[in-house]
Ligand binder design. Structure first.
Ligand code: GLY
Ligand code: MN
Length: 462
């Protein structure tokens, strides 16, 4: 955990951004998977972690903006708990760790909330993403669960986003730790990507590296020789020469900060000519974004920059044709890159996405497009110093999408469907780094993970 002052300062900053009322911030509850006592790995709510730092289930917090007081609710353990779980800090001690004096048992929470409502205080909550939290809030406030969403406060969402999106030096150090673990995960995956190996052998190994290095993976591992399926969690294929293996994975530190890295390597360790050609285009898209990210730049423009690099590269190979700017403006490149360039990252791998993607990635200045491909861009707004973002362009050959567009004669002025036929077995390539926006540009976070063709071939020992 950070020092108590970090959490006190964060809560004070939050109070300054809210006009009045009571902020109710429930932590996450234990969640069962196949019977009550067999629970999922506990994951605290990230906003709760940000303001209250405590990584235990069944806690809740209230910030009274009007009186300036913060309260932490949770029950002290009894002897049964100590027998099964070992000694636990008291609620008073937990509160002290995050600079908070007012602690009370959970049974008091309803009283405080209903008392505030009776006094006419506004209750602010954030969007919920777990059914049990909705039921908890409904029970505490004595309202129907359908009414819980009515309490979601835009003012609170905006205030939380403004604070969480700027990472301080301690958070950046944590994220770099998580990238350090990702370095071990990705270089191990590269060395294991040999013909005859089953994807799950590699996925299992690197998940273990994450666990040994700090915490669990920051999202289920994507590892596949069918990288053209963007979030491929099936790991049953046997690796064969001629295939590219996409590994998109990251780790969480003990404090919950994430990394999110993608590397794509040729099975066997040596790129063939066709693989090199496509790889170099994606790499150029990735590095040009790194060269151009800085405060004040719209991330949507970085997405367009990557898209134009991809169209220019595919044109040289004869897979695309026509005017590059027009192709990107009309969305023809989305046949090859149907996803967005990246997203913010921090305590969540898609940072703050639980608060609503548009509330985090867009603002009054820039709204999400509904064009195919661009609609999946999670972050479009202007970059600020202190943002941590991903830069993850890709080129994919998705047979079903190619067949559909071809049958519709879609963008025939930009796409050479005949030439594309022979690429339908290619798979996909994605390259992803985690970037910190600095005063004048950006910095790739963590120990550099092999990325150029020479670095990858060298790491794979071929
Ligand atoms: N790394 C997975 C994603 O960003 O969706
Ligand atoms: Mn990502």
């Amino acid at each position: 955990m950070f020092s108590p002052e970090v959490y006190i300062n964060r809560r004070n900053s939050l109070k300054q951004k809210i006009s009045n009322g009571l902020l109710f911030l429930p932590g996450n509850l234990e969640a069962s998977f196949n019977y009550p006592a067999n629970t999922y790995h506990f994951r605290q709510d990230s906003t709760f972690l940000y303001f209250f730092g405590l990584n235990q289930p069944d806690l809740a917090a209230v910030i009274d903006v009007d009186s300036g007081k913060d309260y932490l609710f949770g029950n002290d353990v009894d002897m049964d708990d100590i027998i099964w779980m070992g000694p636990q800090p008291s609620m008073k001690d937990r509160g002290a760790k995050v600079g908070l004096e007012n602690t009370a048992p959970l049974a008091k929470l309803s009283e405080i909330l209903l008392g505030a409502i009776n006094k006419g205080q506004k209750i602010h909550i954030l969007p919920t993403y777990r059914g049990d939290t909705v039921i908890q809030i409904a029970n505490l406030l004595n309202i129907n669960h359908n009414k819980v969403a009515d309490l979601v406060s835009d003012e609170l969402i905006k205030a939380v986003v403004l604070l969480r999106e700027i990472k301080d030096e301690y958070e950046i150090a944590e994220i770099e730790k998580a990238v350090g673990v990702a370095y071990e995960m990705h270089t191990t995956a590269m060395k294991m990507a040999m013909p005859g190996t089953i994807e799950q052998e590699i996925a299992g190994k690197i998940e273990g590296i994450s666990m040994s290095g700090g915490g669990p993976v920051s999202f289920p591992i994507i590892l596949s020789v069918h990288g053209e399926t963007l979030h491929n969690h099936h790991h049953n294929n046997v690796l064969e020469i001629g295939q590219m293996m996409v590994t998109d994975s990251g780790s969480e530190t003990l404090m919950g900060y994430a990394s999110d890295i993608t590397r794509t390597v040729p099975v066997g360790g040596k790129f063939n000519k066709r693989q090199k050609e496509i790889y170099e285009i994606v790499l150029k898209a990735n590095t040009e974004v790194i060269e151009n990210c800085k405060p004040g730049v719209l991330y949507r423009d970085m997405h367009f920059l990557a898209a134009k690099t991809i169209v220019a590269g595919l044109k040289k190979l004869g897979l695309m044709k026509g005017n590059i700017d027009d192709a990107v403006a009309q969305g023809a490149h989305a046949l090859f890159m149907p996803h967005g360039l990246g997203h913010q990252m921090g305590l969540d791998v898609h940072d703050m996405e639980g608060l609503g993607e548009d509330n985090v990635g867009y603002d009054d200045e820039i709204k999400r497009s509904n064009q195919f491909g661009l609609a999946f861009l999670r972050l479009g707004k202007k970059l600020k110093k202190g943002f941590v973002i991903t830069d993850e362009p890709g080129i994919y050959f998705i047979p079903a999408l190619i067949d559909l567009w071809k049958s519709e004669n879609k963008f025939t002025e930009f796409i050479n469907y005949d030439k594309l036929e022979s690429y339908k077995d290619f798979g996909g390539i994605r390259i992803e780094d985690d970037l910190l926006i600095t005063d004048t540009g950006c910095r790739v976070l963590g120990k550099p993970i092999p990325k150029t063709i020479a670095e990858i071939e060298n790491t794979m020992g071929q």
